[in-house]
Design a protein around this ligand. Structure first.
Ligand code: R2B
Length: 292
């Protein structure tokens, strides 16, 4: 059995830690409640993660907790050994959430924990609605590392996903006949210029610069772009947690920049439920297996 790893000699084991962005004090009693956690599913929006948690509660017939977060930064729901947490948009928001959640699971002495990001993204050369299971991640310099700036220094940390978990989720998705691809995910710190869009408030490049860049990504096996994957892969790897990313794609960026959700809300709802379907089917099977 493997416990979540942290590495910080300054954490004082005599004093219950306070997770300020969840508003949770890590008393013995609170930690005990999280001891059975085996899976954490996360997504950017709090509305979407609540929907996923409620749907899972109905499908798996497992009790759903109230929102366990005491702040308005994040929400957290628990269905038995599965936690559902939102992380907001972009690396800073995700990183704060992961640091606090990992400490909580460490204090709780949770073992063999798997994290899955169930997200949304822009596709590259894939039909809108395709689910991409990430085989790897790249930052905006096209390197598989998370770049941190610590006390004026640049620190590069390996960003590595769990290959077996990626393969397993891909096989589950295929069995559900959901349009699915395995591919590399590029994470950027900016939604508009950082993802070569032509529809932000600012743009200093041409349409052909954009097209050449996106085609280059496609040739490097990049199949989607989002804003968290490289941080997710780096922090889970550092904590010894199996991590996978399963994202819906809302547009094919080789054809357009913007998903017109206002024009077809039902279609986009269907798209955002597809990665959930892959993950929930996987979870239900794993939890059933553990029961027998
Ligand atoms: C996907 O969607 C958000 C931007 O619209 C961001 O969190 C991401 O990665």
């Amino acid at each position: 059995m493997s416990r979540v790893k942290i590495s910080n000699p300054f954490l004082d084991s005599n004093e219950p830690d306070f997770l300020s962005h969840f508003g949770i004090t890590c008393t013995k009693e609170i930690c005990q409640y999280f001891n059975d956690v085996k899976f954490v599913c996360m997504s950017g929006s709090h509305g979407r993660i609540q929907l996923y948690a409620e749907t899972f509660h109905r499908e798996a017939r497992i009790c759903l907790s109230e929102n366990l977060s005491k702040t308005d930064r994040y929400v957290m729901y628990k269905t038995g050994p599965v936690l559902w947490v939102n992380h907001g948009m972009g690396i800073p928001s995700l990183s704060i959430m992961l640091n606090e959640l990992i400490k909580l699971l460490y204090y709780a002495e949770a073992t063999d924990v798997t994290f899955i990001r169930v997200g949304t993204s822009g596709g590259i050369g894939v039909e809108p609605g395709t689910v991409v299971v990430s085989s790897g991640v790249l930052n905006e310099l096209l390197e598989p590392v998370l770049i941190l700036h610590v006390m004026g220094e640049v620190i590069k940390l390996d960003a590595i996903l769990d290959k077996n978990l990626c393969d397993e989720l891909y096989e589950f998705g295929k069995s559900l006949c959901i349009p699915l691809e395995k591919g590399i995910t590029m994470s950027t710190d900016d939604f508009y210029e950082g993802q070569a869009r032509l529809n932000g408030a600012f743009c200093n490049y041409t349409k052909s610069d954009k097209n050449n860049f996106l085609k280059k990504l496609y040739s490097m096996r990049v199949r989607n772009m989002e804003m968290e994957g490289v941080c997710f892969a780096s922090i889970t790897h550092r904590a010894g947690i199996r991590g996978a990313i399963v994202c819906a794609t809302f547009v094919d960026r080789l054809n357009e920049d913007l998903a017109r959700k206002d024009q077809a809300p039902n279609i986009f709802h269907e798209y955002e439920m597809r990665p959930f379907k892959v993950v929930s089917t996987y979870l239900i099977e794993k939890l059933e297996c553990n029961k027998n």
